[in-house]
Design a protein around this ligand. Sequence first.
Ligand SMILES: [Zn+2]
Ligand SMILES: [Zn+2]
Length: 82
Amino acid sequence: MLALRPNCECCDRDLPGESAGAMICSFECTFCADCAEAVLRGCCPNCGGELVRRPVRPAAKLAAHPASTLRVRRKVPCSPAA
Ligand SMILES: [Zn+2]
Ligand SMILES: [Zn+2]
């Protein structure tokens, strides 16, 4: 089950579990769609993997299976992958 991290690692924008604007890599590094496209160009800056849209967890399911509340942020600013 996906952890559904609550924020973008680059800009710290809130990305709730029911948000359609969250992008993740296979390790669940999590970014907003703006950072994923404009800054990262679809490539995870942590692991070099592909960023794909995170599936929405329906609000009704979030009650029983809540999203993670652990905010993860990168220590260095995001920049496009080399
Ligand atoms: Zn962002
Ligand atoms: Zn990654």
